[in-house]
Design a protein around this ligand. Sequence first.
Ligand SMILES: Cc1cc2nc3c(=O)[nH]c(=O)nc-3n(C[C@H](O)[C@H](O)[C@H](O)COP(=O)(O)OP(=O)(O)OC[C@H]3O[C@@H](n4cnc5c(N)ncnc54)[C@H](O)[C@@H]3O)c2cc1C
Length: 425
Amino acid sequence: MQNTNGKFNIGQDVDNKIVVIGAGIIGVTSALNLLREGYQVTLLDRDKPGETCSFGNAGLLALSSFEPNVGIDALMSSPKWLLDPKGPLSINWRYFPKLLPWLLAFVQACFSKKIKSNAQALHGLTSSSLELYQQLAETAGCQNLVKKSDYLQVYRTKPEFNKAESGMQTRRNEGYKIDVLDAKAIKQLEPALSEQFIYAHQIHDHGYIADPGELLTCLHKQFLIEGGLFEQANVTDIKANAHSCQLITDNKIYHCAQMVLATGAFSKRLAKHIGDNIPLETERGYHETCHSPAITIVHPIMDGDRKFMATPMNMGIRFAGTTELAGLDAPINPERVKALKLNAKDMFEGIDIADSSTWMGFRSTLPDSLPVICCSTTFPNIIYAFGHQHLGLTCAPKTGQLVADLVCGRTPSIDITAFDIKRFK
Ligand SMILES: Cc1cc2nc3c(=O)[nH]c(=O)nc-3n(C[C@H](O)[C@H](O)[C@H](O)COP(=O)(O)OP(=O)(O)OC[C@H]3O[C@@H](n4cnc5c(N)ncnc54)[C@H](O)[C@@H]3O)c2cc1C
């Protein structure tokens, strides 16, 4: 199949062709950026666009959530979280043996000296999110989905508030305006909130997406309008050399000069075909969207104790978050759904959750809580863009630009050394 130059002998010019695998928010923003650089871009996904993780998230553009989810605090809080059935973390113990290597790497990352510099690197991905979405949405005619807003993080007790305060100070040091609210001020801003919440941080000038699935659909449509091609195909194998790639799918082989792997939590399996063994796990998260909630909220609100969001969306109020470590194959866990519903009622006593829909999605997470955005270790024409954990929606527009920088051979607009896969070698 290969000729004497080491190129695949496919009888056609593939130099300008790029295939992006994965039509989640990372794949779609990457594909749009590449198209605008003049490449012929084909986007592949085994599902219809917008059906996986990027569909059901909490919608928050978390510009100032740049501190990685690792560290002594996360480690110390984990046993308490695991013991609380309504808490933010659960483990499927049958999956534990498979999870163990990732967990050990996570514990190691909690003691890393790089946590501070990693936070700076992550901030490079999050800080411009609102502005970049406003630009993207304008070209796609869906500006109404991108909302500028403050968001609230609310607490039941002083110790929980105090625990969050040092992280808030780090954010203030980066220029974010964050006010402390008492019970009366909370009630004025969000009257429907339970009176249990007596402390809050009001984090100014952030944003949210009023329907993440709809945003993805609009950006995908824009990609097609600008000349991109989408095909529904399940990639099962990748063969590559330094000049070209062959993507083997269930019913067709795709040939291209370069490719982008943006398959979220499913990237580990495909990266292995390229020769990279990546310590990627999935943090499963749930949402419950209440379509006729009988209450209204104005801001995205995070329960600071139980770590889930309530976001005012076009289709109702969406409760989303929490982490379940159970791998890619386990079914939806009814206990996690029940906990989220109980938490929603606990947060807003007047809420009606009878008319609601349940969803579970797979976040992709590396042990150090940073994404992978780089070339593969074996082939410079294969770009990786996955592992965005709890922040993939926020980080997508910047990631799309960085992918284009890498493909075009430009120096990336921010330092992306921290996101290189070589950190795990
Ligand atoms: C409950 C919850 C709440 C969240 N809230 C927020 C939030 O408020 N703010 C925020 O910034 N982030 C949030 N996130 C995280 C965010 O949703 C993800 O980081 C982001 O959606 C990841 O996007 P992605 O494109 O990498 O992956 P995905 O959206 O999972 O897309 C990957 C795509 O690859 C495709 N694919 C996989 N394997 C193959 C294959 N072999 N062949 C072809 N196609 C393939 C899949 O079908 C899928 O469409 C949340 C996540 C969850 C679960």
